[in-house]
Design a protein around this ligand. Structure first.
Ligand SMILES: NC(=O)c1ccc[n+]([C@@H]2O[C@H](COP(=O)([O-])OP(=O)(O)OC[C@H]3O[C@@H](n4cnc5c(N)ncnc54)[C@H](OP(=O)(O)O)[C@@H]3O)[C@@H](O)[C@H]2O)c1
Length: 280
């Protein structure tokens, strides 16, 4: 199969690119602001460039992890968020499907309000910040207009990557510098390892799964518990992690507090050992 990964320079896209390449699939990936010699440049909000890209490539599967994924930036710049999180993915999906490609879009648990998680695929979306609203809007468009779309919703993604976009890396950077780190005790979620996310997503594509699929880690943890586990696993003093509340950060975008995802499709439930090797 021929794959296009739009946003292969990101955390999820990068892991997906390496995994599919390792499996011997034919893969073409794109970057936007972080150049990589193995990838092509593409800005998804330039519709003519998007069309040209798909005219030349004609992939069977088009993965879209590309997004403006900084929740607070989306809140402060809703116009930009709309361009990157709604218009861009729409241009990609429309171009891809016209040329025979199947669309796999990465959405988020932030389409839910976080009042009574964990949520299954059946739960009604009710976003509480701009990022979630825009993800919910593009989900609706893709489900209505783009045949055979697969929408994957992960939550709190982490990996082993030495990259500042990875939460584990950011925690370790602080701890290595001997700095205490504040983590909130009032947000619960299902942290999702990129490794398991990509394995299950690829399985779902091979199975021809269509519609919405929740792919999330098997445990619900607060950000505080998660951060302490990371500290302990890498030999740091977990007491360097200081419990705080979300309110104390004065963030622009509200966060779901009692969130997290669970899938109703047992075949796609994540299991340590089978789908990923736990790192904490
Ligand atoms: N991270 C999480 O905890 C989390 C949780 C739930 C859902 N998600 C969703 O999962 C997906 C992947 O997240 P991630 O953590 O991998 O995000 P990420 O590391 O920020 O990667 C985003 C990717 O999108 C690309 N991109 C941004 N604007 C673009 C544009 N205008 N044109 C083309 N490409 C563009 C970036 O390219 P450059 O880097 O080259 O600029 C990068 O490759 C996103 O849809 C996100 O909303 C993430």
């Amino acid at each position: 199969m021929k794959h296009a990964i739009i946003g292969a320079s990101g955390q999820v896209g990068g892991y997906l690119y390496r995994t599919l390449t390792h499996l011997g699939e034919e893969v073409e990936g794109t970057y936007y602001r972080h150049p990589d010699p193995s990838l092509s440049e593409l800005d998804i909000i330039r519709e003519a460039d998007v069309r040209k890209f798909f005219d030349a490539l004609r992939p069977d599967v088009v993965w879209i992890p590309a997004a403006m994924a900084n929740v607070d930036q989306c809140q402060n710049e809703p116009g930009e968020s709309y361009r990157y999180n709604v218009l861009g993915p729409r241009f990609v999906a429309e171009s891809a499907v016209k040329r025979g490609g199947r669309v796999v879009f990465f959405s988020t648990d932030y389409v839910f309000d976080g009042l009574n998680g964990p949520y299954t695929e059946e739960a009604r979306v009710r976003p509480i910040q701009v990022y979630g609203e825009h993800k919910a809007e593009i989900e609706g468009f893709l489900l209505r207009e783009i045949p055979h779309t697969l929408i994957i919703r992960p939550a709190w993604i982490y990996s082993r990557d030495e990259n500042p976009r990875n939460f584990v890396y950011r925690v370790l950077e602080q701890l290595r510098a001997g700095k205490p780190i504040k983590a909130v005790t009032d947000q619960v979620n299902t942290p999702t390892p990129s490794e398991g996310l990509v394995k299950i997503a690829w399985q779902a594509v091979q199975d021809g799964f269509e519609g919405v699929l929740h792919i999330a880690g098997p445990e619900r943890l607060t950000r505080y518990e998660l951060t302490r586990r990371i500290a302990r696993a890498f030999g740091y003093d977990a007491n360097l992690v200081e419990p705080v509340t979300t309110e104390s950060f004065h963030l622009p975008a509200p966060r779901p507090s009692n969130g997290g995802l669970i899938t109703q499709y047992e075949a796609y439930r994540m299991e340590p050992g089978r789908d990923f090797s736990p790192i904490f």
